[in-house]
Write a protein that binds this ligand. Sequence first.
Ligand code: XMP
Length: 517
Amino acid sequence: MQQFPHDTIVVLDFGAQYSQLIARRVREMHVYSQIVPYTTSAEALKAMQPKGIIFSGGPASVRAEGSPRPDQGVYSLGIPILGICYGLQVMSIQNGGSVERPDKREYGFADLNVLNPASALLKGIGQNSRLWMSHGDSVSALPAGFEHTGSTENCSYTVIENKEKQFYGVQFHPEVVHTTEGKTFLENFVLGICKAQPNWDMGSFIANAIEEIRTKVGDKQVLCGLSGGVDSAVAAVLIHKAIGDQLVCVFVNNGLLRKGEAEMVLKLFRDNYKIRLQYANAEEAFLSALAGVSEPEAKRKIIGKVFIDTFYSEARKAGEISFLAQGTLYPDVIESKSPSGGPSATIKSHHNVGGLPEDLKWDLLEPLRELFKDEVRALGRELGLPEVLVTRHPFPGPGLGVRCVGEVTKERLDTLRDVDAIFIDEIRKAGLYHDIWQALACLLPVKSVGVQGDERTYEEVCSLRAVTSEDAMTADWFRFPADVLQRAASRICNEVSGVNRVLYDITSKPPGTIEWE
Ligand code: XMP
């Protein structure tokens, strides 16, 4: 196991959905954090020389036979440990305490009763601090040498510690925002108890990632699909920094891109970064496959298939490739069924390598898989990517294909591109772009009567949509000042031929989705 140049907090992963969030909270304190499977031996942990170890929560019951246990040797390393939820319970059991399933379980909020304000873990934590709990089992007897320093109404051993050995445990989740003083608990452990130096930043991430990429790739070649979005762009620039011309990027123009997008990608990556870039202008192939198709799922399938065919045919031209690079982020990563296996990747649908042709055998290279979106943006800035790209709204793989409601033709796409460009331009001019999760325009398969000058018109209708969201799982419609919508609507009717009516979509998600198709 690698030893890091910065003070490190290791998160021992028992399969919790929050393991990455724990690591992220530690990184927010400018301390490096690395997640390792709970099966990591005490010897390997020692070799990493961490300043502290955090046991994550986990879905198993510690009372169940075969439930995950860390190497018992971890308690003899002399390294401070913080157990969270399952982590607290496993620490208790392995040190001679016991765990039971009480009648009253706790899911949701609870208030902390501080029993020992002198505890280093509780420094600065107020009485009745709000905690977020989610557990069925509870510690019923403390191990020898431990005291309980905090409790809640339904749980005596909410915060426990063995001060001498520097073992701490909390039954709640300090890493989630619902625990009001969660940050303070974690800082007390990482900075106070472990005395980790807060000297890690994105620059250190880059240096570390470059080393890892070089070691993994050796003298082999890497292929990376660029989408025009921030994730693949950051992954490509980072990998390029590590291995230069051993990276080949492929950019497929599917004819469903926004106005000026293909030019922007080519200019940035070819001219600016001097990255080897194969550009496939496949507009014809996509549009002819989509001709006459209106049903949303059928469109998506066609777009996906033509993308894969084009991408693979480009890949074959790229020479001997060993790795496929992807800008997979942590939210794209799902937990595998077995906690011991750690997380496994969900391949984004438009880069689906599930049905890889026989002659293309690639390993995956995913240098961003531990990061959250805002961390990727910070990384992009550190790598010098332009702000417009770093802060871009999400854009779906099938592009304008799912916003050109009804049949997709070159003419309708050009109209939609113009509408979309005006809408985004007005949003930027109003200084609202960064307040919005995603803004988009759709062209509807409906015509309406209008009057322009002295003439009656009969033209298409477009719908504008802007939403706020945390993660795209739910979304609310954005409350524009009326004059912004008014300017966008009048410019669209005046400047885009073929559109004479503009709607604003005020459907939230649910019941609507963000995209129309
Ligand atoms: P919906 O429309 O399901 O979209 O509310 C949620 C988020 O996902 C984006 N989206 C996609 N992204 N490939 C992608 O890479 C797709 O096929 C796709 N479909 C939707 C959408 O833009 C929104 O951000």
